[in-house]
Design a protein around this ligand. Sequence first.
Ligand SMILES: [Zn+2]
Length: 324
Amino acid sequence: MSAGAINFQLAKQVPIARVLAHYGVQLHETGGELRGQCPLPEHTSPESRNSFSVNIARNLWCCQSQSCIYARDGELGGTVLDLVARLERCSIREAAVRLIEWFGAGEVMRVPVQATSVSQTNLPLRFQLSGLEHSHSYLEGRGITALTARTLGIGYYGGPGIMQGRVAIPVHNGAHELVAYAGRSVDGEDPKYRFPPGFHKSRELFLLHRARHSGNSAVIVVEGFFDAAKVWQAGHRNVVALMGSSLSDTQAGLLQKHFRQAVLMLDGDAAGQAATAAISRRLSQIMEVETILLRPGVQPDQLAPKEINETLPPRFRPGKGLER
Ligand SMILES: [Zn+2]
């Protein structure tokens, strides 16, 4: 990775809350996000006093004021880099430099280890969980059938360890090696997902080991495990999940290596739309990209198989001989 690329990655990791605090922007928390008056110089509408929102978990912002979006050439929102570039009226590159100057020390300490480390791969796990229950009320509640759960190896784990009492989702690398389990809490316990220590989800694409053998040169890219499981269940074997709403360099490389086209189907909320725009811009430099915008508030995991199939382009008819 070049020094420039490292800086961009670094700068993107600066928590957006710290950036907003730096500018003295005060927002209030509502419905899991921060909201308030838009601080951007492009924002001129006196009526829109509550149009700026921030998703802390995803480190993304957006402003839904029409005039503000228009003044920003149609961009709904973006990353901390976009935010600083607009507030400072400087280039993205300069924004990265400034972010690192302001907040760098702690972040810079952390990242070079990753950026220069020889091993960029997750090591295969030395164990496999046994006794997973593929029929479980949590899975049923998310619309995952026992057949899908069994096929994908997903199940409730009652045994000892960090996955205890959680739904365990096996994560494989492209070479079919088991590299992690994601442990989803079933009772609202934090964190929502637990991973084995040392696992980097930015280095994998969930279900890549299956999608790369689907015989399809196009891949459907979703955000989460359950989004992917639902698209799989609707009959599509060419689906992978980012395990988040951002795309790492490694993930971009994996998509380019195995597929000719990416079909982005991220969440339909404002943050998902901002992520779609950012990822689409990035991926379109290396492969064909098609984006599917879901209705606001809709995620693929909430859709029934029929709705998923109606949402996807017509050429994505489920293959023959697949269990439904
Ligand atoms: Zn605005």
